[in-house]
Write a protein that binds this ligand. Structure first.
Ligand code: SAH
Ligand code: TYD
Ligand code: ZN
Length: 405
């Protein structure tokens, strides 16, 4: 019986996707034979209600000097993080010479806003290539994994932090207690932690099972996050839904008693109860919805193939690795995947080995149907692809339901 990474209670498995490669591990044909795989299985802890992976590859296999994800590739996300940074500056950086720390700062998409405003800041980013991209734009960055030990060293060198920020990285870290303890060490008395990640409520409601892959060790709810931080003398004082990445939640966390707790926290927890996020049966229903989604997508792709229609993938997301591998999508169904990230281009998608080509390949000869793997950036993408529509192109989406638009 696997045990909970947060509370050590026995965890109940509710879905298995089979063997999966590293979701961001785009590769060359020479690397196909030795491609690493692991068992992608997800469980629910009835004691602390944390949804979590039962097995995760070693962190160095996922985060290294060739990390494929460059955050700044999305202009909408850049705007989102600018707003995030501005709200932190406005509400929490009133003391003289404040200090801001960000975990998983990637290419500096958020912190450059603080650097530009001449605010003391430090990014913690273990993937050397993206850390270097951040340094190049003037963002102070240490290339290490955040944990309790690093928190102590940062405190010694820089003093306490007024804000500790993290986006789409807390859910990546299996040793969450060390992270929470480190935050408690580093935080000033009135400081706040603000982090956001894809929200479990949205994943369940939208059947967005493609959020499940190696990097995402946890699928958070307000209840599970509150329970975790309480062990470290910290409390959730606000929970603010975000419409990025298909539905995220931003948690504002402070020392117990330092700030009033917003009613939004109580309200969101009540919603979670109503949605059944604390009931195992909800996750069994989720599994049945995932299976139905897979069947509907393959039926559509097989029909398009039989009709001789050209289908191309849009956005070589890490999420798409779960979709292609779990559903059985091959280069027979999807000719190639178009992606704007230079390091992914010319390589092949993990596991399914679908070629990844530059955006120009999409533009040069529009397919009949574009399979929108980057559905979470759907608005940004559809806004700029009006010419594809006008040329008769159609979008195939699968979240929340399989549909041709
Ligand atoms: N915050 C950015 C990047 C998210 S991707 C955004 O929202 O777009 C997750 C990032 O976290 C990667 O760059 C990865 O290298 C980094 N990371 C992984 N484990 C980490 C850890 N223990 N501490 C700090 N960063 C970590
Ligand atoms: P994203 O959905 O942000 O993340 P993840 O890898 O965590 O699932 O990835 C978006 C991918 O889509 C990224 O590789 C860049 C690509 N992309 C495009 O090719 N064109 C676009 O217009 C956008 C917004 C993204
Ligand atoms: Zn637990």
């Amino acid at each position: 019986m696997p045990t909970c990474l947060v509370c050590n209670h026995a965890v109940t498995e509710f879905i298995s996707f089979g063997r999966m490669p590293i979701a961001n591990g785009f590769l060359t044909p020479a690397q196909f034979a030795a491609e690493y795989t692991f068992e992608l299985r997800v469980g629910f802890c009835p004691a602390c209600s944390m949804v979590q992976l039962l097995e995760q590859p070693d962190r160095e296999m996922m985060f290294h000097e060739n990390y494929a994800y460059f955050s700044s590739i999305s202009t909408r996300m850049a705007a989102h993080f600018k707003e995030f940074a501005q709200s932190v500056m406005r509400d929490y950086l009133r003391r003289d010479d404040p200090f801001v720390v960000e975990l998983g700062s990637n290419d500096g998409i958020m912190l450059h806003n603080f650097a530009d405003a001449k605010i003391r800041h430090l990014g913690i980013e273990p993937s050397a290539n993206v850390a270097e991209a951040a340094r190049k734009r003037g963002v102070n960055t240490v290339c290490e994994f955040f944990d309790q030990d690093l928190a102590r060293r940062i405190l010694e060198e820089h003093g306490p932090a007024d804000a500790i920020l993290a986006a789409n990285v807390m859910c990546h870290i299996p040793y969450l207690h060390s992270v929470a303890a480190g935050m408690e060490i580093l935080l000033s008395d009135t400081g706040v932690v603000q982090f956001e990640d894809p929200y479990l409520g949205d994943i369940v409601e939208k059947t967005s099972y493609d959020q499940i892959y190696d990097e995402h060790a946890f699928y958070f709810s307000v209840a599970s996050v509150e329970r975790l931080f309480a062990e470290h003398g910290l409390e959730v004082v606000d929970a603010i839904p975000q419409n990025v990445h298909g539905g995220s939640m931003r948690y504002v966390i402070a020392r117990k008693g330092a700030y009033p707790v917003s009613q939004a926290v109580t309200r969101q927890k009540a919603k979670e109860e109503a949605l059944g996020l604390k009931d195992l049966e909800t996750y069994h229903r989720f599994r049945r919805n995932v299976e139905a989604s897979r069947d509907a997508l393959m039926e559509t792709l097989n029909r398009l193939k039989a009709e001789g229609q050209r289908v191309v993938g849009y956005g070589a997301t890490s999420k798409s690795t779960t979709v292609t591998m779990y559903c059985g999508i091959t280069p027979e169904h999807v000719e190639f995947i178009s992606d704007t990230t230079p390091t992914k281009q010319g390589k092949f998608s993990p596991g399914a080995h679908i070629p990844v080509r530059p955006y120009d390949a999409f533009k040069a000869r529009y397919p009949d149907v574009a399979l929108l793997f980057a559905w979470n950036h759907g608005e940004e993408i559809m806004d700029k692809e009006t010419a594809f529509r006008e040329a008769g192109g159609k979008w195939l989406v699968y979240v929340p339901t399989v549909e041709i638009l």
